[in-house]
Design a binder for this molecule. Structure first.
Ligand SMILES: NC(=O)c1ccc[n+]([C@@H]2O[C@H](COP(=O)([O-])OP(=O)(O)OC[C@H]3O[C@@H](n4cnc5c(N)ncnc54)[C@H](O)[C@@H]3O)[C@@H](O)[C@H]2O)c1
Length: 379
């Protein structure tokens, strides 16, 4: 019989955005079984939710520390934990499990700030037997992987320009006032939970990561302008960023949670000496490939010229697939790696290296915006 990994969950309680996505993704390929959890800091909510999920009473814990310390004493202890709490707690929670030899799957950002990110990175590197996976889920879309391959094969030549737009509208159609802001934005208003910068930790991390993941290029220095929601409602909500990459490539990022009517839009364009690629998350089954002869092709997922993307696809070409199956790709890849570390040496899911790099971008953005000058991206 197939061995399922025993999974514990921290966070993702009732009403949480990403909790049910992790639970679906972990079950998609039948690679995991959810056996333990702490779904909320409120004990009553936690217990009620755990019982709804069918978790045994004795494996619904008061907090992540109790979960870790009691689980490792069990014969049937969890193999891996998924962390989906707000960013400020990612480092502390992940580090405890890693030190206790439990594999970790964490949602982004890697940590709340660069200090925490460096600390967590060290802990992971010290515990070599532990697998750490970071759910930058856009990296697992079939046509994003296809784009990565096209760039690796030099089909668009040397990269000259990268342009990423990740804009959202967090107002949810409401007029935001000082009195309703806390109800609408919740922990995203408090740096203790949201970390160094709300807009950059929440979606900027994805934008920087996607550009790095597809192109493999590292930024050297950047100039950023970050604006806050308002004088009274203080949290970072919009960022424009120029990046100078190695190889002289130039990057331009617009990241916003305040693009009214922009609901949700992630788009990346990469231009090289021989052509360009464009991928939009709202139309994820296609990749636009143009070359300098003027020919533009819309490549279909898992079909003919994009056969490489078939590996990461779940259904036949022509049928739409998206967010949940891409997220599940990460869970499947992490499971394979945990089960057979040697065989899956060259895995494609993001890990601590990706996490530290994005934390460096975010830290540099905050410094640049404060100092109003170009700053080096922490080497
Ligand atoms: N990968 C993605 O596409 C994606 C999308 C959305 C959010 N996220 C990330 O997921 C994380 C959570 O975001 P969200 O929007 O789901 O938040 P949320 O506020 O909707 O949900 C957070 C959940 O965690 C619980 N929680 C908080 N602290 C806890 C603790 N110490 N122990 C146990 N439970 C705790 C809360 O009760 C709540 O149920 C953030 O890091 C966010 O950046 C990722």
């Amino acid at each position: 019989m197939k061995k399922r990994l025993k999974l514990g969950i921290i966070g993702g309680g009732p009403g949480s955005w990403i909790g049910h996505v992790h639970r679906i993704a972990s079950r998609f390929d039948d690679e995991f079984e959810i056996v333990a959890g702490v779904f909320s800091r409120n004990l009553k909510i936690n217990q009620k939710f755990a019982s709804k999920l069918g978790i045994n009473k004795d494996r619904c814990y008061k907090n992540f520390k109790e979960l870790c310390l009691k689980e490792i004493k069990r014969k049937d202890s969890i193999d891996v934990v998924s962390v989906m709490t707000p960013p400020g707690s990612h480092q502390e929670i992940s580090a405890l499990f890693i030190k206790n030899k439990i594999h970790v799957i964490s949602d982004k950002p890697f940590a709340g700030n660069l200090f925490q990110a460096k600390k967590l990175y060290k802990t992971i590197k010290k515990n070599k037997k532990i697998v750490y996976g970071l759910t930058h889920n856009y990296s697992a879309y079939p046509m994003v992987r296809q784009a990565k391959k096209i760039i690796k094969d030099k089909r668009i030549g040397n990269i000259e320009y990268i342009n990423v737009e990740y804009v959202q509208d967090w107002t949810n159609g409401k007029k935001i006032t000082y009195s309703n802001a806390k109800k609408i934005f919740k922990w995203k208003l408090e740096s203790k939970y949201a970390g160094i910068s709300t807009v950059l930790n929440e979606i900027g991390s994805h934008a920087f990561h996607l550009a790095y993941y597809i192109t493999g290029l590292k930024g050297q220095e950047l100039f950023s302008q970050i604006t806050q929601y308002s004088n009274k409602i203080k949290f970072d909500t919009n960022a424009q960023v120029f990046v100078n990459y190695e190889n002289d490539a130039k990057g331009l990022f617009w990241i916003s949670t305040n693009a009214k009517g922009g609901i949700h839009g992630l788009k990346i364009r990469v231009f090289g000496t021989k052509g360009s690629l464009e991928w939009t998350q709202n139309d994820p089954n296609y990749l636009v490939y143009s070359n300098i002869s003027g020919a533009t092709k819309k490549l279909d997922r898992a079909y003919n010229e994009s056969l490489y993307s078939k590996k990461f696809s779940r259904i036949k070409f022509g049928h739409p697939e998206g967010y949940l199956s891409a997220f599940s790709n990460l869970y499947r890849e992490i499971s394979h790696k945990i089960k057979d570390k040697k065989r899956y040496k060259n895995y494609l899911f993001p890990n601590e290296d990706d996490g530290l790099i994005t934390a460096k971008y975010i830290d540099a953005c905050v410094k640049s915006s404060k100092k109003k000058r170009w700053v080096k991206i922490n080497a």
